[in-house]
Design a protein around this ligand. Sequence first.
Ligand code: COA
Length: 162
Amino acid sequence: MTAIAIYPGTFDPVTRGHIDICERALKMFDRVVIGVADSPAKQPFFNLDERYDMLKTVFAENGRIAIKPFSGLLIDFARDSGAAVILRGLRAISDFEYEVQLAGMNRSLAPEIETVFLTAAQRYAFVSSSLVREIARLDGDVSDFLHPEVLKRLTAKLKASK
Ligand code: COA
């Protein structure tokens, strides 16, 4: 049986923190499907196609990672992808409350799907996509937190939006 985990998020944009979680998850699962959530309520800076394209570029060489956009319920996406596990990263204690709520709700909607948490690597424990965007917007150096291609696209989009 192939063990498939879904790794959902908005990825606006994908950071090295997300990449680290995905790579470590491959030690536990045969395949990781990255679910790029539409997340209209978050009014993402990058549109869904742009977020999807960046993930495709970052993970192009990894045949065990698939990237799929989704809108609608996460558990439906997980079921459609044949995944028995939802994977989430935990950075700080502040993530915990929200994540437990999400996991509990998803479990009550789909008891056959488990949520598994990986703690973020220490060096990425304070990284978030919105912080990275804000620092980059103010001309700070975010190269430690982004894949070079993602950095290039963020810089270009910020320049175009000024
Ligand atoms: N490293 C770095 N940053 C990380 C990280 C890590 N390991 N893990 C999370 N983050 C950051 C993200 O960049 C994001 O930052 P931001 O808020 O500054 O943009 C933040 O932590 C959390 O966002 P994200 O991981 O993208 O998740 P989300 O909270 O936007 O979305 C979904 C979570 C998509 C899983 C959730 O909204 C969902 O399930 N949607 C589908 C609809 C549904 O089923 N709803 C019912 C749920 S019960």
